[in-house]
Ligand binder design. Structure first.
Ligand SMILES: [Zn+2]
Length: 213
């Protein structure tokens, strides 16, 4: 469901740009609202959420999909943890669809899907691994890197139940906003993928804005 926000960028308490192919890791406190802004359009933001108190509790696609009875994420979606606890709620969305089934790119999957020579290409899993290695203070380990949300990515489910990576439906300036229901750690890989249309074959920056309410 398309819903615009009334929050003003100038009232945000923080603004951070994630360069194309880079990562972000940080904490959003309960009650704060995070906006992920697709600056140039059709850019997948591969995102993981963890309980700040205990990173073994993390975003769960299964629990989220089952509880809301829908495979797509948009306004009103409550993101649930592997303990079925509400973590965040999507409170505004001008894109209208976000994927929670397609997973993230990895050098291994790039070789299977595309070509053996793609192994050296940068991938989301590498960005996440770099993030947790450079920021051990969050207590997130390799085994905590699990399935993720692909904000702004379009992976429609066919009538037969098939999945396809399709051209994005996002555009410059589209955004999704989430209010944290617990203190969460946000880990984002701004996807560097060049082999499928998730980034329009041209990775571009995204911006994160946080408001206190
Ligand atoms: Zn990726």
């Amino acid at each position: 469901m398309l819903t615009e926000s009334t929050r003003q960028p100038e009232q945000a308490v923080s603004r951070t740009t994630i360069d194309a192919g880079d990562y972000y890791i940080g904490t959003v406190k309960a009650g704060q609202t995070l906006r992920i802004l697709d600056l140039e359009g059709n850019q997948a933001a591969d995102t993981l959420f963890y309980s700040a108190a205990d990173p073994s509790e993390r975003y769960s696609a299964m629990d989220t999909i089952r509880e809301q009875g829908n495979v797509y994420l948009t306004t009103g979606s409550v993101l649930r943890s592997n303990e079925n606890t509400p973590m965040l709620e999507i409170v505004a969305d001008t894109c209208g669809r976000h994927d929670t089934l397609g997973g993230a790119c990895a050098t291994e999957s790039n070789t299977v899907r595309y070509d053996l020579e793609k192994r050296c290409m940068h991938a989301c899993r590498d960005s996440w691994m770099l993030a947790i290695a450079e920021h051990p203070e969050y207590g997130i380990e390799k085994r905590d890197i699990s399935h993720n949300i692909n904000f702004f990515m379009n992976v429609p489910v066919t009538e037969e139940g098939g999945l396809t990576f399709e051209d994005g439906i996002s555009a410059p300036g589209k955004y999704v906003e989430l209010t944290a229901l617990m203190d969460v750690v946000v880990l984002i890989s701004n996807c560097p993928q060049l082999n499928n249309p998730c980034n329009g074959y041209n990775p571009t920056p995204v911006e994160l804005l946080v408001w206190d309410n």
